[in-house]
Design a protein around this ligand. Structure first.
Ligand SMILES: [Fe+2]
Length: 506
């Protein structure tokens, strides 16, 4: 696999001047915004929706709920991925926006509230080794959960659009919620699919079913289809581990009409660190000498083919598609090259602006489908390096798994220590636009296409933004011009969040 252009640049640490709260010219998120995003307080539940103050004009066609998942508190925690799940809902109806938020009533969250202390280890915060081993024993004997069920990463609609499913990486962390954000209970599968870990990034198919995978300690990866109307997953293929007994950390993976790609990048779970801590990258080891193995899974036949790729690290795949002539499969992502970014997300770093934002230039991997090679190729997507940081990418949902042109993500106007901007990428032209407002920090942007739209970028982009004053607002950008059309101002702040969905129901 050839990397055709160097992507090894880094945000210059020398540019990381300490920001001052009074500096209106600073590009950093304000201290108040950072306190909102990475709070140690418990954000109170808002069970009765409150109407936000709308400035500008929300398009009249925008009807539905923008639901998001993420931590409601980081009390006593060390890493951005540790906080207890809180769903936030922004209901759009007749130009108005109403907000509500409620915690997901997981066992881990309830135990924390009852005792005032974490009873389960989270991603970057351990409990005592004795307690961890006891939890593992209870899980192995089927008496207890075995791991946290904190369901804080993503939320997707059920196929009928009437309920929500919250997800994280333990299989047991899937929870059903109603549209009023009441916790209905855990989603318990009744099938023979093995594996204790999954991804919170299932690919939703046009028929409402989803493709996802599981992994475990010493067992194969399993790619499966789940139609959502039952608790039974249908196995498509099993893929052996390249570095047994521990799986690679697959947070997200590309899926097209006919294929899934399991990208086994060389970042492997460290079992000892999961209990005692101490791995180079929180609970992961980095073994670049093993390179990356791309397992191409035929979704119709279950056949699996391996391709060689260089070592890289990423969280999310922007999009993937099969070329019109069927000769290759392409997938795009932000290339972090190493897992340093995982350590950069320690809360102490984020709260104190201690590290420059990690560089992550957009790249495209091309996998040959015509048998011409067993190696993939990698190319940069942008014409220049001006957009040095990109994460939490989204595309028009109608273009997921298909050839596409536009992507949206959080971004950075440098100097910055984490996202302080939004970006729109034109991956055909290799150009980008950016939205930035002093002191603010926007979260994952969601593209909502206008009903009946013909252009790929006809619609709006929604993002919950921590404002410079520490209060949040929902930003509505025109997806074509990438300019603001409205914002809905909340009377309080919403903590950091990971992923969300736009569903038609309110
Ligand atoms: Fe994610």
């Amino acid at each position: 696999m050839a990397q055709e252009r160097g992507a090894s640049f880094r945000a210059d640490a020398a540019t990381l001047d300490a920001p001052t709260a009074s500096s209106s010219s600073s590009t950093y998120a304000s201290e108040a915004a950072r306190r909102t995003l990475f709070t140690e307080d418990f954000v109170p539940e808002l069970t009765v929706p409150v109407e936000a103050e709308v400035q500008g004009k929300v398009p009249s066609w925008l009807h539905g709920s923008f639901v998001r998942n993420g931590p409601g508190t980081f009390r006593g925690m060390k890493h951005l991925f540790d906080g207890y799940a809180m769903l936030a809902k922004f209901a759009f109806e007749n130009g108005t926006v109403k907000v509500s938020h409620r915690y997901v009533q997981t066992e881990a969250y309830k135990a924390f509230r009852q005792t005032g202390q974490m009873q389960f280890p989270e991603f970057g915060t351990q409990v005592s080794p004795l307690k961890s081993l006891w939890l593992t024993f209870l899980g192995l004997t089927g008496i207890g959960l075995g791991s946290t069920d904190n369901s804080s990463v993503n939320v997707v609609p059920t196929p009928d659009g009437k309920q929500l499913v919250c997800m994280s990486e333990p299989v047991i962390a899937a929870y059903r919620m109603d549209m009023d954000l009441n916790t209905l209970g855990p989603l318990k599968y009744e099938d023979k699919v093995k594996g204790i870990l999954t991804t919170a990034h299932p690919t939703l198919l046009p028929d409402g079913s989803m493709i996802n995978l599981t992994s475990g300690i010493g067992s194969n990866y399993t790619v499966f289809r789940h139609d959502g109307s039952t608790n039974v997953r249908e196995e498509i293929a099993q893929v052996p581990l390249c570095n047994p007994p521990t799986p690679s950390w697959i947070h997200d993976f590309p899926v097209t009409e006919n294929y899934a790609v399991l990208p086994e990048t060389p970042v492997f779970l460290n079992l000892k660190a999961a209990i005692f801590g101490g791995a180079d990258y929180v609970i992961f080891d980095w073994k670049p000498e093993l390179r990356t193995v791309l397992h191409l899974v035929n979704l119709k036949t279950g056949a699996v083919t391996q391709f060689d790729a260089p070592p890289y690290f990423t969280f999310h795949y922007i999009n993937s598609f099969e070329t019109a002539d069927g000769s290759s499969l392409c997938f795009d992502f932000s290339n972090f090259e190493t897992p340093d970014f995982i350590n950069g997300l320690m809360l102490d770093n984020l709260r104190g602006n201690k590290l420059p934002v990690a560089a992550s230039p957009l790249v495209r991997v091309t996998v040959p489908l015509d048998g011409s090679s067993t190696s993939a190729t990698l190319q940069p997507l942008m014409k220049d390096d001006s957009y040095i940081f990109s994460e939490l990418p989204r595309v028009n949902p109608h273009y997921k798994g298909k050839e596409y042109r536009y992507a949206y993500s959080v971004s950075a106007k440098l100097p910055a220590s984490f996202s302080n901007a939004l970006a729109k990428f034109d991956v055909k032209e290799g150009t980008a636009k950016q939205w930035h407002e002093a002191g603010c920090s926007p979260l994952e942007p969601i593209m909502v296409p206008r009903p009946g739209a013909k252009d790929e970028d006809d619609g709006v982009v929604l993002s919950v933004v921590a404002g410079a004053d520490g209060k949040s607002f929902v930003l509505v950008l025109d997806a074509k011009s990438f300019e603001e059309v409205a914002r809905a101002r909340l009377p309080h702040g919403i903590p950091y969040g990971f992923h969300g969905s736009f569903v038609n129901a309110v």
